[in-house]
Design a protein around this ligand. Structure first.
Ligand SMILES: [Zn+2]
Length: 549
């Protein structure tokens, strides 16, 4: 296609630039948005349609060794959902498999087919970074990056315990650069280390039963400060202790308060927003949690909505997976990633008739519907943990269509819903502007991606065009056109092109003095030589640190 394109006549939703459904042209030149084009530029007629920036997924699991383990144990799902190769004009088309954890090429095709153009894998063991890059190389169209797991890293915990916060920061900077990662991820801080010692739960964020001195609080503080001092584009990305347990909202609030005044993103908040416990039944803790988030600008979350249906739980939080495996009887994978982290996987189904699943579904919707600042509450299902990314159109319908939502609510198990805000009746319906924020502009802002999530001059020309439909899920499941870096990848609802994607990563500076200590550590404990650890730098330039973070 031409390197110039004028999209005419569509209602444009570009909240980052204050555009709310105005009918205006969007001009594309050489893969970027520009203010104007000559009148003879090729046109794409978007009359009656909705134009938004390409979708951005801030938290999903799409590549890396954990995802491959999941693919391996889901042979029945893969057999049930074979995917034929699309009719592409610019690349060798690949067949694959779908299900809740699609194969690499199918992941790229399906995200792009939904109008998503940027995706982050939220949990990669640094030692498996090479594998992750290889998988992302085979995931076309969507620009992608990943967050490096650090919250149970043995070297880092030693530095935290010794009060060596500067060295911890230098190690963090080295690790991000060496692995080609984008941000710091903490999963169950200190808790995976405890799990390796056969202790299943962290009692509080001041639990001292792990590495002495490396409490969950100290780990979170050290890494949040490292992200801030290094001026990373995305702040520390945290999966709190006690995921999925009744009463865990108090742990989540303690974690947020511990980092009060520091920027932090809290992942899949739905899984951390339960009241009850200690002999009391499970209940929604969404009101408490969202009240704190509403009042604290430094906190952002993604929701991690549970969608009723099939899912696959994939996490570094091995202890959680043990509980899920034990309660569901489903097959599972449990991996010790030597010095760095753990990993557990259990296929799962959230059933309408299951009381806890219904509560989880309600808690996620409450977080969305009680949020006062959509810029800090990002849409996610923690794919594939709460449901596959392919369920996003259904989730958007639940947010935009109250009648539909109320009907669905009546069909689920009511046992644990007494006193929940949703059961009491929440009238809110998200607008298209708000959907554009929670799926595009908000995640771009939280990720520090200056050129994404908006349609102003200079932005990457990642654009999705939807034909309006009374059925919101139908509208969002098959965009009429998707443009990625100026190329028309979806035409008339069909995937036609699959250009290679860009890699998003950082390479922050650090004091080289850390390397002497680190090489002694590697010599003594690691199974891989330090010289063999760093990955080849991705072909794209790193995202700059220190600017606008
Ligand atoms: Zn996750």
């Amino acid at each position: 296609m031409s390197d110039r394109l004028r999209i005419t006549g569509g209602a444009v939703y570009d909240p980052a630039n204050g555009v709310d459904g105005d009918v205006r042209d969007v001009c594309v030149l050489d893969g970027r948005i520009v203010d104007a084009l000559p009148t003879d530029a090729p046109r794409l007629d978007a009359h009656g349609m909705v134009v938004m920036p390409g979708g951005i997924d801030i938290h999903a699991h799409i590549a890396g060794s954990s995802v491959n383990h999941a693919r391996r144990i889901l042979s029945d799902e893969r057999t049930a959902d074979p995917t034929a190769a699309p009719a592409l004009r610019d690349a060798v088309p690949r067949s694959g498999t779908g299900g809740t954890v699609p194969s690499t090429f199918t992941t790229g095709y399906r995200y792009a087919g939904l109008g998503y153009t940027t995706v982050f894998d939220a949990a990669v063991a640094p030692v498996s970074a090479r594998d992750t890059h290889a998988q992302l190389d085979d995931t076309p169209i969507i620009d992608a990056g990943f967050f490096a797991l650090m919250g149970n890293d043995a070297y880092l915990l030693q530095q935290v315990a010794a009060g060596e916060r500067d060295r911890a920061r230098d190690y963090t900077a080295w690790l991000l650069g060496a692995t080609g990662a984008y941000a710091i991820k903490i999963v169950n801080p200190g808790g995976v280390e405890l799990w390796k010692r056969n202790i299943r739960t962290v009692k509080s964020i001041d639990d001292t039963s792990g590495v002495p001195g490396a409490t969950p609080r100290a780990i979170m503080e050290t890494l949040a400060d490292a992200a801030a001092t290094l001026a990373l584009p995305h702040p520390v990305h945290i999966h709190c202790n006690n995921l999925g347990l009744p009463g865990n909202v108090s742990t989540t609030l303690d974690s947020m308060r511990a980092l009060s005044g520091r920027r932090a993103h809290f992942a899949h908040a739905q899984f951390h927003a339960y009241a009850g416990g200690n002999g009391k039944p499970w209940a929604s803790g969404a009101k408490q949690l969202i009240a704190y988030i509403n009042a604290h600008d430094e906190v952002s979350i993604d929701v991690g909505q549970v969608m009723l249906g099939h899912a696959t739980t994939v996490t570094a939080d091995g202890a959680v997976e043990y509980l899920l495996h034990a309660s569901s009887g489903r097959r599972w994978v449990n991996v010790d990633v030597e010095l760095e982290t753990g990993c557990g996987i259990v296929p799962y189904e959230y059933r309408d008739a299951a009381a806890v699943a219904a509560l989880q579904w309600v808690v996620g919707l409450e977080l969305f519907l009680l949020s006062e600042d959509p810029w800090r509450v990002v849409l996610s299902t923690d794919h594939p943990n709460g449901g596959a990314f392919t369920s996003y159109p259904e989730l958007i319908r639940l947010l935009m269509d109250r009648a539909y939502r109320d009907d669905r609510l009546k069909a689920v198990n009511q046992k644990l819903l007494a006193g929940s805000a949703l059961a009491d009746g929440l009238a809110r319906e998200y607008t298209l502007r708000e959907i554009a924020i929670i799926t595009r502009a908000g995640p771009a802002r939280q990720l520090g991606l200056a050129n994404k999530g908006h349609l102003g001059a200079g932005a990457d020309a990642d654009i999705t065009i939807y034909a309006r439909d009374a059925n919101i899920a139908a509208m969002f499941s098959t965009p009429r056109y998707v443009i990625k870096a100026g190329e028309l990848v979806v035409e008339e609802g069909q995937l036609r092109r699959a250009p290679p994607s860009r890699r998003l990563y950082v390479r922050p500076p650090y004091d080289d003095a850390v390397m002497r200590d680190l090489s002694a550590w590697f010599e003594r404990y690691a199974t891989i030589a330090l010289a063999n650890y760093p990955v080849a730098p991705p072909r794209d330039a790193p995202v700059p640190v220190g600017a606008g973070a």
